[in-house]
Design a protein around this ligand. Structure first.
Ligand SMILES: [Fe+2]
Length: 355
């Protein structure tokens, strides 16, 4: 376990043990990825040495994600692109946290690397929802929502320029979270009303941060501000209703909700894309999300998993055989030698993709 001197070389390294102040107060937990702010804190607390692991954040997380992607049969080039984009994203988002605002171009460059890659290789896209682990959620969520927003814009047959803007809008939509205290952002339990009120502010912070970026446009600003608005007026921060929510923000709401449901989080394990699609569908029927966007998206997503293996909620493994147009979330599956139409077995759900 290396004992390292406190200096800026610590940025990006990972703490090996919980770190206490000289008076015995817990300052940082084991596993924290060190930033410049932490280094300043150590100096203030007159801490001259800390125990760090042998790996940097990207090596640690990267290796884990890379192993999982490789096991899923994703090709090496796609894995490398995804990891590079993750590392760029972490660097850029942390820079925002330190109040050094990168240029918009830097964000779009980082994102387009991985977006171009997923466009060519659907295997990588499919694998994103089989990855495990809640680490680095904000970065992964940003990349994934960028990819999903691009995809939905393409499915809606928007022109190339608009598709590109949607990618950037998805990538940047949660950037305001960098201004929300980490204790709230990473809290495993339920948030108190006051904490939730602070969490909601990430939409406004996002608007303000993007507004500072050179070359920003209205779509980026509105998507950050309004991606939690719901068509029936139950969303935040303004409680707008359908006619006052730009269609781009409605697209982003679908992409955001899908990724949040499908991912492992500190407070929950992920849901399969089929269950997530079911929840989106329910939200659309209840008047929260745009039903046309959800329909197009859900059909496409379900189709991607034809031929994949999955586990049902009764523990049985099945293969996805056919997607029905009327209920894409309840496909025809093969269990051993028998075919089962999930439309006729309402208690069965697809709990986990195995691929
Ligand atoms: Fe958000």
């Amino acid at each position: 376990m290396p004992l390292a001197s406190v200096n800026l070389l610590l940025v990006g390294r990972v703490l090996e043990k919980d770190l206490y102040s000289h008076s015995g107060i817990l300052l940082l937990q084991k596993g924290t990825v060190l930033t410049e702010t932490h280094v300043q804190l150590f100096r203030k607390q007159r801490i001259n040495h800390v125990h760090i692991t042998d790996r940097t954040w990207s090596e640690g997380n990267g290796e884990e994600i890379s192993n999982q992607l490789m096991d899923l049969g994703t090709d090496q080039e796609s894995v490398a692109f995804y990891l590079e984009a993750m590392e760029d994203t972490r660097r850029l988002f942390e820079s925002v946290e330190l109040e050094r605002m990168p240029r918009l171009e830097e964000f779009t460059e980082a994102f387009h690397k991985v977006a171009n890659c997923t466009k060519k290789r659907m295997g990588l896209f499919r694998s994103l929802y089989v990855l495990e682990g809640a680490d680095s959620y904000t970065y992964r969520h940003s990349i994934n929502v960028g990819i999903l927003s691009t995809l939905i814009a393409q499915l809606l047959k928007w022109d190339d320029e608009r598709v590109k803007i949607m990618g950037a809008a998805g990538f940047l939509h949660d950037i305001g979270k960098m201004k929300v205290p980490k204790e709230i952002l990473l809290k495993p339990g339920k948030l108190t009303d006051e904490e939730f009120a602070q969490m909601k502010q990430h939409t406004v912070y996002g608007y303000e941060l993007i507004n500072e970026m050179e070359g920003c446009c209205e779509t980026l600003l509105l998507c950050a501000l309004l991606h939690h608005e719901r068509l029936d007026g139950s969303g935040y921060p303004e409680g707008r209703t359908k006619e006052n929510i730009p269609i781009e923000c409605q697209v982003l709401a679908v992409a955001d909700m899908f990724d949040a449901i499908c991912s492992d989080r500190v407070y929950k394990t992920r849901t399969s894309p089929f269950e997530a699609a079911q929840l989106l569908w329910k939200s659309a029927c209840e008047g929260l999300l745009n039903i046309e966007i959800v329909t197009v998206f859900v059909r496409y997503i379900a189709q991607l998993y034809v031929g994949s293996r999955a586990r049902l909620n009764d523990g049985e493994e099945v293969e996805i055989i056919l997607i029905h147009q009327d209920e894409p979330m309840r496909p025809l599956v093969r269990r051993k030698k028998e075919f089962v139409d999930l439309r006729n077995h309402r208690s069965l759900t697809i709990e986990k993709m195995i691929v």
